[in-house]
Design a binder for this molecule. Structure first.
Ligand SMILES: [Cu+2]
Length: 146
């Protein structure tokens, strides 16, 4: 009787344990090995070149800090009259950024200040820079491993 009782409990526990292990594995998963870590790249349709930079080194985890994004046309001239949006998250965790970073000022020569950036954990993050302007809309996604 006792053996039957515990076996029935084991049947319930097995999927729960598997779920817990899978969840733990997802949270501790190593980033893909072939990630492109370039911080300067052409947007998906080639309309612009976007370059991200921060003066923080190493990139902080848990504190709000700022970045810059430089946007040029494909031939290297500062892209004028554009609107830039920043989105990001952790592809392996299914969550976004904990803050809503915004481009707050135009620093000239195609450079723009991004304020309110925060990464709340280590691991693989993506940042997507979406650009809208007279040439059209385009975007580039960058990878960071913190
Ligand atoms: Cu995460």
């Amino acid at each position: 009787m006792r053996a039957k009782f515990s076996r029935r409990h084991l049947l319930w526990l097995a999927p729960l344990a598997a779920f817990a292990v899978a969840g733990f594995a997802a949270r501790t998963m190593a980033p893909p090995s072939e990630l492109d870590l370039a911080l300067s790249k052409s947007t998906e349709h080639g309309l612009y070149v976007a370059s991200l930079a921060t003066e923080q080194s190493p990139i902080p985890v848990g504190t709000i800090h700022s970045w810059t994004v430089k946007v040029t046309t494909a031939d290297g001239k500062p892209a004028d009259g554009i609107a830039i949006a920043i989105n990001g998250g952790m592809p392996q965790h299914g969550h976004g950024l904990p803050t809503k970073p915004e481009v707050t000022s135009d620093l000239g020569e195609g450079r723009h200040l991004i304020e309110g950036m925060k990464f709340n954990m280590t691991g693989w993050w993506t940042l997507t820079v979406s650009i809208n302007g007279p040439r059209g809309g385009d975007k580039a996604t960058f990878n960071l491993v913190l």
